[in-house]
Every structure is written in C-alpha cells, then in structure tokens.
Ligand binder design. Structure first.
Ligand code: PLP
Length: 479
C-alpha cells in the first residue's frame, strides 16, 4: 500500500505520531522510575483522608482534554500515593503481589500491537507463547502431557473456571444434588465460585481442620459417605496448596487418593503456594499436586507479576473445553488439533488481553533459575523469622510450610478475648511504624498476626526492620 503513514493531526487526534508516542512514554517513564526507586522509603499505608481524596477526584465526563503532564501529576502526586504500598519490600500483608517491571514492558508491547489471542487462528504465534507458559506450569506441577489450561485475571477466576469444569464433568445437567467439599480454611473465592456455578449453599461442606490447619481427611471421608447415603451427589474436593490464613498445605496425596477412589474431581487451590513447586523444598511440601484434576495458580503472587495474572491448569484440557465451548456462526472454525488451543473455548472470556506475554517475557529474559532462587530466598526469610519468634516468651507460632507464617502473643492468665485484643493492638503498633505492613486473621476462633513473604523486593534487611519494629511494638503493648 502506498498510503502515507497517518500522522497525528487535529483531524485524527487519536492517531499519535512517532514523536508523540515517544514523548508519552518518556514522560511516563520519568514518573515511573522516580516512583519505583523511592518505593522502599515510601510509607506502607497512606489512606487517611480517603473520603476527601475521592470527593476531589469525582467529576462528570470531561468534554475537553487535559495535558498529559498534568494528569501524570495527579496520578503520581495524589492518586497513587494514597494507598497501601503493595509494591514495597515491606509489604508482608495478605498475599503480596509483585509488579516486575518487565511485565509492564510486556503489557506495553501487547497493548500497542493489540493482537487477538482468543482464538488460535487469529494469532498462532502469540497463542503459542502463551501455551508455552501454561505448559511450563503443567510440567512444574507434574501434570501429564494432555494437561493444559488457561490464564485468567486471577485465582478467583481460576477457581470459578475449575468448578465449572468439575460440575460439567462429574454431575448431570440437573446438578442440584451436587455436593462440594472444602476445608474450613478455604479461600472465600471458592465459596463465591460455588455460588456462581449454582452449587446450593448448604451443599458446600466445610470440613474441619486439624491443629496444623489441614483438612481432616477422616472427617471428609465420613461426610462423603453420609451424603451418598442420603442420595446426594458428591462431585468435587478442593484441597489447599497453601492457605491464605496460615499457609497450611493439605495432605494432597491422601486427598488425591480419596478422590480417585470416590471418583470425585480433585481441585487444588495453590494460588498462593503453587509456584514454590519450582524449588526443591516447595516441591516436597506440595507433593501430591500431580494428582489434581485441576490446579489454581496465581502468577501475580508466586511469579511476582502485576495484579491481573492468574492461571488454571487442568489434567485433561478436553474437559475444560467440554465445559465451556459454544460455537457461533460468526466465529472462525475452532481447532481440531488437541495441541492448538482456542483460549475462548477454555473459559468464559472471548476477547481479552494477551496476558501470556507478561509471564513469558520475564521468564525468557532471566530463566527459571532466577525465579527459583528468589522463591528460595522467601522460604529462608520466613523460616528465619519463625525461628526468631520461637525464641520469644509467650509467643505461639504456626511454622511456615512455605513463606507464610502466623503468630500470636499468649501471655498466661488472660481471657481469650483479651488475648485477641492484645494481638490486634500488637498488629496496629507494628503497622503504625510504617516500615512493614502485616495483616491479621481469625483461624480456628483465634486472632493471629500473619507474615507472608512473597515480594521479589523483600530481603533480609527488611525482615530485620520487622524484627526491630516488633520489639518496639511489644513494649508499646506491654501489659
Ligand atoms: C489469592 C488467593 C485466591 C484468590 O486469587 P485472586 O488472584 O485474588 O483472585 C484464591 N485462593 C488462594 C489460596 C489465594 O491465596
């Protein structure tokens, strides 16, 4: 074609010139690099005055444009700083995300080229790179050759997609009698997913856990027998590959064996813990993962990627397809070759971003060994902290199976609710110092402080700061 390249003109202002594109990225980069390099010194949480802030941001649809520089000033000056500093090395709350910069560059490439990856035919090479990522995950998990899966926006969507496949594979079309088994430590996204796929709320069995917060397999067996006896249809068990509460990993080999005997779908929610299977210790802790029919992983946790990157693996990808595929006259023909995946047939999404590139690029640039070493470092940091905590008097510690631990003060002679309020105060006193951010939880009726080490930016120096802050906080709350 001989048509001249479109230049940004007042006629077509949405089509930027080369110079304008460069300027846009350049201006943004100035702000981004200043922000990222100052992350360690930024406060951990800065959400006071939120109502005033958001009131000042509210506005009707603007009719006229505003210069980019002014918008950047708003973003980096007012919007972004007033938040939890989830990208800081001190972020040990919930399950830390990451935000590898490489992923941001991958997104720039993916979004600027804007190819379509929902069907294989539209971008075979692009789909192949994303397929590689999924196959690498399958191999890490020990799944067989026919395994496959799909990248999702996160663990919640992966759990939802898994339950959809499980229901379709193991229950009749009228599935009202179906029963799902989870532990009392299950992530709430599984309960949400059960609701969305139509499992009756009173058919979601929360099986109690033992002192180590692992599902009681004996009680699970009893519950299944009881449900079968009453004419209900057990169809799926969800095991934990690292709980969000205390990091517990269920007895996956025992759950896998029970599911095989009972012909139940075995799903493992390894959104937090799954990528530790890249390490030797993690592989041992997650033994039995390979028996799963499906596995939830969260690259935006264990691979340090930005929020918006989840993953579902399925032992037999044909079952994922059977559960989701619907054809339409306006769609291109779907792939018959079992190795060529149309992602749109494997989940509820049709159009979506090329999220595979975000995973592929940093792995290709560094190799798995760099990720393995970073994950090993997190395992070490959590263990060292647990050892230090165990030296303190009147402290109960849930030892980390992976990189997440829980602890609480248990001074003798205090009533249970006073112990809980003391620990809540301790949490507040640690976080008030603004060097680290921890969160708490209630597990088996007790309040715990949690420490989850999973940011690629967290190293020994910040764990030492946590230790110092803990000493100060203990003095602050001293009885
Ligand atoms: C984080 C997490 C989820 C939910 O994943 P999102 O990516 O936040 O949707 C599910 N299960 C476990 C165990 C998790 O840690």
């Amino acid at each position: 074609m001989t048509r001249p390249k479109p230049a940004a003109t007042s006629q077509h202002p949405l089509e930027l010139s080369t110079a304008q594109m460069r300027a846009l990225v350049g201006q943004a980069m100035e702000r981004i690099t200043a922000h990222v390099t100052s992350l360690p010194d930024q406060p951990m949480h800065h959400t006071a005055g939120a109502n005033k802030l958001v009131a000042g941001l509210e506005e009707p649809l603007p009719e006229k444009g505003v210069p980019f520089e002014r918008l950047l000033k708003t973003l980096f000056g007012r919007v972004i700083p007033h938040s939890l500093n989830t990208a800081s090395p001190g972020y040990l709350a919930y399950i830390p995300g990451g935000g590898l910069f490489h992923a941001a560059v991958a997104d720039l490439i993916a979004n600027a080229t804007n190819r379509y990856v929902g069907v294989w035919l539209a971008g075979p090479g692009l789909v192949q790179l994303e397929t590689n990522v999924i196959r690498w995950c399958c191999a890490m998990a020990g799944l067989p050759k026919d395994a496959g899966g799909v990248l999702t926006s996160g663990g919640s969507l992966a759990n939802l997609t898994a339950l959809t496949a499980a229901r379709h594979a193991r229950l009749p079309p009228r599935f009202q009698d179906g029963v799902l088994y989870v532990s009392d430590q299950v992530h709430h996204s599984v309960v949400k997913a059960a609701r969305v796929v139509g499992i009756l709320p009173d058919h979601v069995r929360e099986i109690p856990t033992d002192a180590a917060f692992k599902m009681r397999v004996d009680l699970l067996r009893d519950a299944i027998a009881q449900d079968r006896g009453a004419g209900r249809l057990p169809f799926c068990v969800v095991g934990n590959g690292g709980t969000t509460n205390t990091g517990a990993v269920d007895d996956l080999p025992a759950l896998g064996a029970l599911c095989a005997r009972e012909k139940l779908w075995f799903h493992v929610d390894a959104a937090y813990g799954g990528f530790f299977a890249l390490t030797r210790r993690g592989k041992t802790a997650l033994a039995g993962l390979e028996h799963a029919d499906s596995i939830t992983l969260d690259p935006h946790k264990g691979l340090f990627l930005p929020y918006g990157t989840g993953c579902l693996l399925v032992r037999d990808v044909a079952q994922l397809k059977a559960a989701h595929q619907v054809t339409a006259a306006y769609m291109p023909p779907s792939q018959q070759d079992a190795g060529h995946w149309d992602f749109a047939d494997l989940s509820v999404e049709l159009s979506r971003d090329w999220r595979g590139l975000r995973v592929w690029l940093p792995i290709k640039m560094h190799g798995a060994k760099v990720f393995r070493a970073a994950l090993d470092e997190k395992l070490d940091l959590a263990r060292e902290l647990a050892q230090r905590l165990a030296t303190l008097p009147d402290v109960e510690v849930v030892e980390p199976t992976l990189s997440l631990l829980a602890f609480r003060l248990v001074p003798p002679g205090l009533a249970a609710e006073d112990v809980d309020s003391l620990n809540r105060k301790l949490l507040g006193a640690i976080n008030a110092r603004q060097h680290v951010l921890l969160t708490g939880t209630v597990a088996q009726g007790k309040f715990w402080l949690r420490v989850c080490v999973l940011s690629f930016r967290t190293h020994e120096d910040r764990m030492d700061v946590l230790w110092d802050d803990l000493q100060h906080a203990l003095k602050d709350v001293a009885l």
